[in-house]
Structure formats: C-alpha cells, structure tokens
Write a protein that binds this ligand. Sequence first.
Ligand SMILES: CCCCCCCCCCCC(=O)SCCNC(=O)CCNC(=O)[C@H](O)C(C)(C)COP(=O)(O)OP(=O)(O)OC[C@H]1O[C@@H](n2cnc3c(N)ncnc32)[C@H](O)[C@@H]1OP(=O)(O)O
Length: 210
Amino acid sequence: MSDEEHASAPHWSETWRGVEGQVPAGPAGYGAMIDTLRTFLDDVAAASPDEAIVAALTQDMAGWSSKLRPLAVPEAERIFAHRRDLPGRGQTMSPQLFIDEASAESVRGHVTFGDYYLGGNGAVHGGAIPLLFDEILGRLSNAGTQKRSRTAFLHVDFRSITPIGKRLQIRGWFEYEEGRKRLLKADLRDGDTLCAEAEGLFVELRPGQP
Ligand SMILES: CCCCCCCCCCCC(=O)SCCNC(=O)CCNC(=O)[C@H](O)C(C)(C)COP(=O)(O)OP(=O)(O)OC[C@H]1O[C@@H](n2cnc3c(N)ncnc32)[C@H](O)[C@@H]1OP(=O)(O)O
C-alpha cells in the first residue's frame, strides 16, 4: 500500500487526526518500507534458512546498517514511530494497529499479529499484548488534549490464547478522569472470544516532566 493509500484508508479516523495534531513529513515510500520490514521480520521468524542464506542475509543487513548509521538524527527529527498517519505509527516494535473508529473518549480498531510475535503453540507472546494495549491506551489518553500523560500502571489479564495470523478486534475507552489521573480500559477479541483485557492508569505530566 502506498503512503497516499495509507493516508486515505479508514485506519486512522479524522477524529484522531484532529486531536493528535500534525505528523512529521517523511520521504515518499516510508510507510511501504516499514510494511516491508514487518513482512521481513515475519519471514525471518518463520523460516529455517540454510548456511548460505544466513551468510548472505547477514552481509546484506550489515551493509544496510552501515548506510543508515551516518543518517541518524536526534529523537525529535525521527520518522520511525512518529508517523501517526500510518497504521502502527510507522514502527515495528508493536503489531500494526489499524484504527477503524476513534474519538477523544474511545477507540476501536483491528490488528493481526504476524509470526514475529509468536510466543509458542500458535499463541502471541505475553509481552507483545501489553505493548499493544499501552500503544492504544497511551494514544487515547493523550487524544483531545495538549496535556500529555504517561503510563503509571498497566494491568493485563490474559483470558484465552491470542492467536497468531488472525484478524483481531481491539477496543479502548476512558473509564474516568480525576485530577491528573486518567483510568482507561481495553479489550482484545478474536470474534466472540475474549483474548485479553487491560486497565491502565495514565498520569498527566507536570510542565517540564520528561
Ligand atoms: C509521536 C508520538 C506518538 C505518541 C504515541 C505514544 C503511544 C504510546 C504511549 C505509551 C505511553 C508509555 O508507555 S509512557 C512510558 C512508560 N511509563 C513511564 O515511563 C512512566 C514512569 N513514571 C513516571 O514518570 C511517574 O511515576 C508518573 C509520571 C507516572 C507519575 O509521577 P508524578 O507525576 O510524580 O505523579 P505522582 O504525584 O507520583 O502521582 C500522581 C497521582 O497518581 C497516582 N499514581 C502514580 N503512580 C501510580 C501507580 N503506579 N499506581 C497507582 N497510583 C499511582 C498517585 O498516587 C497520585 O494520586 P493522588 O495522590 O493524586 O490521588
């Protein structure tokens, strides 16, 4: 999918676009590069390569690292994880989250964990699921306000295995706000099956707090 198609696809609602503000300009094709990287990581995880492939791949990857290293920039100028117009914010640490509907109070989306996120026996790794919840609730907590917050705690209950390779539904919503504290909840479902649910406390940062 091209960057232009990403931008017009219904994965990122106009509502969140409005409340999250501007996204950094990046080179054309950045989203497609990240998609390719995701597919690559899934392929690496699923493959059993021979010695020749391992040697060639190691050399190719080292070559790309030496091209990228001199291009490193300070955090504020980075594109990776800052492209909020792309599913998964243009990063590969957590799975590609598609936002289907969002407001300042709630969000609904879908996600498919690739082979890269496998824990064992077809189930998603138990550390990847809190990452997804932190991502969706962290964004929701900050949607609609200039007052940024950080996760103080994130409680996750794993209710049944989360399958690899299936399109799953995720929801997040505000429970209440009390002073600087914002309590949010989320759940992750495979059709009618509840896979996991989360409760997170997000605390609004004071001026100057990192
Ligand atoms: C392009 C980018 C896109 C952006 C898109 C980004 C999406 C991803 C977002 C991910 C967000 C993250 O993962 S953030 C990274 C992970 N989180 C962190 O690193 C946070 C580390 N912790 C901290 O910095 C701090 O502990 C804070 C900010 C959370 C709170 O410290 P503080 O500001 O000094 O506040 P403090 O006075 O202690 O607490 C305020 C109130 O909250 C309560 N409180 C505080 N912590 C807790 C706690 N763990 N459990 C219960 N209650 C707590 C206190 O009792 C108090 O209640 P009362 O007495 O007032 O009733």
